[in-house]
Design a protein around this ligand. Structure first.
Ligand SMILES: [Zn+2]
Length: 136
């Protein structure tokens, strides 16, 4: 059957360390060296204080579903076979909100506030996507 490759994140210079940590099974974000703000998405300058310095800190990978939708009619043909699938915003314990999907959970069981933890889905040699699963 004819299949279309799914679009994948572009790995930019700013985000390259993030993706490298994902390949290693670690969720990390940049922490500003001046004000401590967690930068998401990765950037050269801190959006709060414009400092360049920072380091990549490991996050707990735990959070809660802040919001979600269930997609029944994907906009991109590469996702037609996956529908219906969920897209979530997870608020991590560290306060950052990031997009993803909840796996290992039927869509009808998703709830706002559901505790989740990160899992890593290796797509190819370059891209490993963080996703989330219900946390017990
Ligand atoms: Zn800062």
């Amino acid at each position: 059957m004819f299949t279309i490759d799914k679009p994948l994140p572009a790995i930019t210079e700013d985000g390259a360390p993030y993706w490298e940590y994902c390949r290693q099974g670690e969720l990390r974000m940049q922490r500003c060296g001046e004000c401590g703000h967690l930068r998401w998405p990765p950037s050269v300058l801190c959006p709060r204080c414009l400092a360049e310095s920072g380091d990549w800190v490991r996050l707990s990978g735990c959070g809660k579903v802040y919001s979600f939708i269930v997609v029944h009619r994907p906009q991109h043909p590469a996702f037609f076979e996956d529908a219906p699938y969920n897209t979530v915003i997870v608020e991590l314990e560290e306060g950052v909100r990031m997009h993803g999907n909840v796996v290992e959970c039927p869509n009808e069981d998703l709830t706002i506030g559901m505790p989740v933890e990160v899992v890593f889905d290796r797509v190819n040699d370059e891209v490993t996507l963080p996703r989330f699963r219900p946390r017990k």
